[in-house]
Each structure stands twice: as structure tokens, then as C-alpha cells.
Design a protein around this ligand. Sequence first.
Ligand code: CUA
Length: 159
Amino acid sequence: MKVDVYERAWMWIAAVLIVAFLGAIIVAAGASAIHPPSHVEVINPEEVYDHEEFGSPGVETLDDGTIQVTMVGEMFFFDPYEIVVPVDTPVTFRITSTDVIHGILVAGTNTNAMVIPGYVTEFTITFPKPGEYLMMCHEYCGTLHHEMVGALIVEEEGA
Ligand code: CUA
């Protein structure tokens, strides 16, 4: 089979580019330990409110001083819908859903994650600026998706 010289050249260029891009992804994933934000912790979505931790969601300070926010997403609210955390302090969020896929996004911060029934989404984040931030669901979850909002209040030290 006769392949034109330019055709052949472009085939090789395309092949080299594909290998280079795949290589870049694999190297970056290995070197920077890139992985999805949720670790694979499972929970029965039908028993969330009987769960030891998620049965009473809210903000608590653990024995080692870390601030933990336990949250439940449900059509069409967050429980709790108002969260108060201190400024410049690492806050670990642990969130799950009782029904469908929701999301959590806090406008003006780096908080942005999926909330998936059956799994616990966990991430740690520090808020450098005090203020009141709009918290919302960013995955379409039903007719009242737009009403699934709340507030994150970042308080000044000692407030
Ligand atoms: Cu929950 Cu959209």
C-alpha cells in the first residue's frame, strides 16, 4: 500500500503527540499524586441519619484541634445550611447525600466538590478571608435545585 510521504509524516507526528500527552498525564499524576477529591469511603444512603457521625451533622472541633464540618446534602437543602468556621484554620469537610448527586460550591473560595450518595466526600480547606459566603449546590438535582443554598461564615479570630 502506497502512503503519501506527507500522510506518513503526519501519522507519525500524531502518534508522537498522543504518546507525549499520555506520558505527561501519567508523569504528572505520579509526581503530584493527582487523584479525585473523594476518597472511597462508603456509606449506606438510606441510613445516613442513623449513622453515628452523619446522624448529627454540624461543625465540631476534634481532639487534635482540627475543625470538622459534617454535612448532609438532600433534595433540596444542606444540613446544616449555615456553617461558621474560623479564619486561617484548616477545615475538613465530610459530606454525603441521602438521595441523588448534589454538589457543594462556596462562591469566592476553592470549595467545589461533588456530593454522591453512597460515598463520603472529604476535603480540607483553609479560608483566608473573613466574611459571609454563598454556598450552593452545583449539580442539577431536581426542580428546586436552585433553592439548595446556604451560607458559610468565616469568622475573625476571637470573634
Ligand atoms: Cu442539590 Cu442541586
